[in-house]
Design a protein around this ligand. Structure first.
Ligand code: NAD
Length: 472
């Protein structure tokens, strides 16, 4: 007999599986269709494997400086296979956890490829053949895939995307060129450099992380250069070819001149695009927004019982954004008010020190017509940063002059990715900088710098020298 569901979710990444569990908890008969591994890109080819590898590389590069901490050792080396084994074990453990949660919540998992044939009908193609599934609602959470630029030579061996780079076991490129200075480019550059490789980033815009706060991007750029990463900005790759010694030659245009550099591997990290391949039958379609699926503010597509969330729609391509959208979409199907604040989505980069931002930068706030107040605290005045030999960095907070509400925060510091939650909490609840200043934070912690940054708005930060010319 044909199964009939309240909701079928296509894709089991952080958007899809979270939405499925939420739906099941709300009493909906739910199924998930996944053509690859449960957990999607984030768990299997994205956030979790990258950060696990980077945890190893951070430790390896820190170990090189153990002398500074009074610790000596005789020999330091790494075993790439063991590093990859650890990463695979962690991914497998989390995947098992997600599968367990789906099962415990009575979500049916179909391992196969879904094609939407009609508003309420999906064909799931799996190893045993094709199965027709009927459902009241569909949620598309099929994610994204790397953009491959139209550059001569991109199909050559060792010109790869992050998907392949993350699973390399046989060798670590000793010389790597990264095309694209966005989040993936910066994180992979950090991993390779920390493991001892030579790394060159080629970025088309005038700075790396062009969409981020200028000061963060400039400070991070300085920091990466100090660590030995070469960065070329306003540079466009024009071609890749095989060099005589078995390496790859990358030609790029910089300041109206054609230059070249060679490496064993070239990583393509110029962005990701919506994954809708094979998703619709020939006689079925949804209104698109370029290559992404067009949705309204409730995540409904042009067919109102079909929703889409995450990387497959336009917006921030972030795991936690997809999860929040999944929750909101399911709540809408269930006629509930949205319980999550979709306007406040932090972004994080797991470099050392880490980068974390939320809300508006000062430039963005001004462009939107706000009169703003800024508070900033350099982390070199923070005891925890000093005792743990943290790098230079800062916490910056942007507030609305009229209401004193927090409009945004930019952090470049140790544990920034954990600390940013304080600002996200403040923004999601409309708090002012005085509300944040009220909190007594433990000492010594990185978080104490939040107190200093918000106190700096009125020039009252205790651990900051008075500004020159100030009466204080
Ligand atoms: P991105 O959009 O962050 O960066 C791509 C960069 O490539 C941009 O700076 C762009 O100017 C540059 N570029 C584009 N074409 C180029 C060319 N021909 N030559 C040189 N440079 C070029 O994309 P990404 O780094 O591939 O990441 C994809 C998505 O995944 C992003 O949305 C990112 O936020 C997300 N992601 C997030 C995390 C995280 O949250 N820590 C980690 C990895 C990826």
């Amino acid at each position: 007999m044909q199964e009939k569901y309240d909701l079928i979710v296509i894709g089991s990444g952080p958007g899809g599986y979270v939405a499925a569990i939420k739906a099941a908890k709300l009493g909906m008969k739910t199924a998930v269709i996944e053509s690859r591994e449960i957990g999607g890109t984030c768990l299997n080819r994205g956030c979790i494997p990258t950060k696990t590898l980077m945890h190893s590389s951070h430790l390896y590069s820190m170990a090189k400086d153990l002398d500074d901490f009074g610790i000596t050792y005789s020999e330091l080396s790494y075993n790439l296979n063991a590093i990859q084994d650890r990463k695979d074990e962690i991914v497998a453990r989390i995947r098992k956890g997600i599968e367990g949660l789906l099962e415990a919540n009575n979500v049916t998992i179909y391992g196969g490829k879904a094609t939407i044939i009609e508003e309420h009908k999906i064909i799931c193609e799996h190893s045993q053949g094709k199965e027709l599934l009927e459902t009241r609602n569909i949620l598309i959470a099929t994610g994204s895939k790397p953009v491959i630029p139209k550059i001569p030579g991109v199909n050559l061996e060792n010109v790869i995307t992050s998907d392949e780079l993350l699973s390399q076991r046989d060798r670590l490129y000793q010389k790597l060129i990264i095309i694209g200075g966005g989040v993936i480019g910066i994180e992979m550059a950090t991993f390779y450099r920390e493991m001892g490789s030579e790394v060159t980033i080629i970025e088309a815009m005038d700075r790396i992380l062009p969409n981020m706060d200028k000061e963060i991007s400039q400070s991070l750029s300085m920091n990466l250069k100090k660590k030995g990463i070469q960065i070329h900005t306003k540079a466009r790759v024009v071609g890749i070819s095989e060099a005589e010694n078995g390496t790859l030659l990358c030609e790029y245009e910089e300041k109206d001149r054609i230059k070249s550099t060679s490496a064993e591997g070239i990583l393509l990290a110029i962005g990701r695009k919506a994954n809708t391949e094979g998703l619709f039958a020939d006689d079925f379609s949804l209104i698109m927004d370029g290559v992404s699926i067009k949705v309204n503010d409730k995540f409904q597509t042009s067919v109102e019982s079909i929703y889409a969330i995450g990387d497959v729609i336009k917006g921030k391509q972030l795991a936690h954004a997809a999860s929040a959208q999944g929750i909101a979409a399911v709540e809408h199907m269930h006629n509930r008010k949205t319980s999550v604040c979709l306007e406040v989505i932090p972004s994080c980069i797991y470099t050392r020190p880490e980068v974390a931002v939320v809300g508006m930068t000062q430039e963005e706030a001004k462009l939107q017509g706000f009169h703003i107040k800024i508070g900033k605290y350099p982390m070199l005045g923070n005891s925890k940063t000093l005792l743990s030999a943290g790098d230079r960095g800062f916490i910056k907070v942007v507030c609305d002059q009229e209401t004193d509400r927090i409009l945004g925060a930019q952090l470049l510091c140790e544990r920034a990715t954990d600390i940013i939650g304080e600002f996200a909490t403040a923004m999601a609840n409309g708090l002012t900088y005085q509300n944040l200043a009220k909190v007594v934070r433990p000492h010594p912690t990185f978080e104490e710098a939040i107190t200093e940054a918000v106190e700096d708005i009125e020039g009252m930060a205790i651990h900051l020298m008075p500004k020159r010319g100030s009466w204080r």
